[in-house]
Design a protein around this ligand. Structure first.
Ligand code: NAP
Ligand code: MG
Length: 401
């Protein structure tokens, strides 16, 4: 075998939990280590280690991404009450993704991985639709009151120096509900920059949508900030690349996206992005066929699979039963990270290796050899339902050619 590809800088590797941890090890052993001399700084974000370190390991991993610029992360358990019992945890630790996102202040971009034999539910979609979700504020950091009965609801802002501003929300004559939400210019600005930068990098048109006809101050502020960022920083670059920036109302965007051929980056507010990314993932096939990357405004990148730890498959695995878990998104998390390292350090052979591994993965599926999640969707029908390990072995065989 030819000499292994060398890396110049360090990649931050974050291991995780359950079935994805099993697949992570297989992908490294069978697809990466035979070809690349991996230079990684390893952080075990498995739940036991997080509990043992009082979750310091997650912060350390995020700080390491700031230092080394690129990270690749396995799926991790976000503990709920039942996990506290299952793992005998000191406490219900926060979502590692949330913690890392807060340190890096990033935007998450998700893009389906398309293969010929899994047809999108929407017939006219020919190209993948990437979604960029604003991951701060709005209804996700809200304050709510269940109104017990008649009374007046007001919204008040008290500046550090000056008089409060007070507006009536509603005069209640009976029970109801109220909600307060916010966002900051700073966060919206960095979201807009992340979207324009990513669109330019991937050579995609950028669509952005809000409901600014109804929300004339709140949603309109998003529109204004995007427009400013475009005109001050990106217009010329977009025009040079023949790319467009298109703003429209969210409901108009939804109907245009459905009728389109795809191929754009769709930037969405937090809630719109939450809802639409799950719709797109299902319409394109499966969460296991979706790439996900967190891009920070300071130029840090964290690649991951969009799905969880596939708990049900893991319970089968530990009972010694065969599972048919799809490692495609994990493989693409690694290839995304390796390509970024290759690009930042000018290592063309690393980029071409990552491209080759992606092609080997896609061609395995297109040859009709796939895991159970895809068998259900394949047209023409699959030739073989591969188990977790067989699927990776088939990819390895194609990669060796
Ligand atoms: P999940 O792990 O995404 O799995 C949900 C179901 O989707 C699975 O039971 C399986 O369906 C299917 N599936 C997902 N990924 C698959 C793959 N690679 N191959 C084949 N089938 C796949 O979601 P969950 O069961 O709700 O969550 C499990 C754990 O993951 C939770 O503890 C949660 O906190 C964590 N989580 C982590 C992340 C992250 O770190 N990024 C994201 C989400 C959830 P069938 O059972 O029908 O085969
Ligand atoms: Mg969601």
């Amino acid at each position: 075998m030819a000499d292994k590809i060398q890396m110049k800088t360090t990649l931050v590797e974050m291991d995780g939990d359950e079935m994805t941890r099993i697949m992570w090890a297989m992908v490294k052993e069978k697809l990466l280590l035979p070809h690349v001399n991996l230079k990684t700084e390893f952080y075990d974000l498995g739940l036991e280690k997080r509990d043992e370190t009082d979750d310091r390991i997650t912060i350390e991993a995020a700080e390491a991404i700031k230092k080394h610029k690129v990270g690749v992360k396995c799926a991790t358990i976000t503990p709920d009450a039942s996990r506290v019992g299952e793992y005998n945890l000191k406490q219900q630790w926060k979502s590692p993704n949330g913690t890392i996102r807060a340190v890096l202040d990033g935007t998450v971009f998700r893009k389906p991985i398309m293969v010929k034999n899994i047809k999108p539910a929407v017939r006219n979609w020919k190209n993948a639709i990437t979604i960029g979700r604003h991951a701060y504020g709005d209804v996700y950091n809200n304050t709510e009151i269940r109104v017990p009965g008649a009374g007046k609801a007001e919204i008040v802002f008290t500046p550090l120096d000056g008089d409060p501003k007070r507006l009536t929300i509603h005069e209640f004559d009976g029970p109801g509900i109220i909600q307060g939400i916010h966002n900051t210019d700073k966060s919206i600005k960095s979201f807009s920059r992340a979207c324009f930068t990513f669109a330019l990098d991937q050579k995609l048109d950028l669509w952005f949508s809000t409901k600014d006809t109804i929300s004339k101050t709140y949603d309109a502020r998003f529109r204004e900030i995007f427009k400013e960022t475009y005109e001050d920083e990106f217009k010329e670059k977009f025009e040079n690349e023949g790319l467009t920036y298109f703003f429209t109302l969210i409901d108009d965007a939804v109907s245009r996206i459905i009728k389109s051929e795809g191929g754009m980056l769709w930037a969405a507010k937090n809630y719109d992005g939450d809802v639409m990314s799950d719709m797109l993932a299902s319409a394109f096939g499966s969460l296991a066929m979706m790439t996900s990357v967190l891009v920070s405004p300071d130029g840090y990148f964290e690649y991951e699979a969009a799905h969880g730890t596939v708990q049900k498959h893991y319970y089968k695995h530990i009972k010694g039963e065969k599972t048919s878990s799809n490692s495609t998104a994990i493989i693409f998390a690694w290839t995304g990270a390796l390509k970024k390292i290759g690009e930042l350090n000018d290592i063309p052979e690393l980029i071409s290796f990552a491209d080759k591994l992606e092609r080997a993965t896609v061609s395995t599926i297109e040859d009709g050899i796939m895991t159970g999640d895809l068998v259900k969707l394949s047209d023409p029908p699959a030739r073989k339902t591969a188990n977790t390990e067989e699927f990776i072995d088939e990819i390895a065989a194609r990669l060796a050619n």
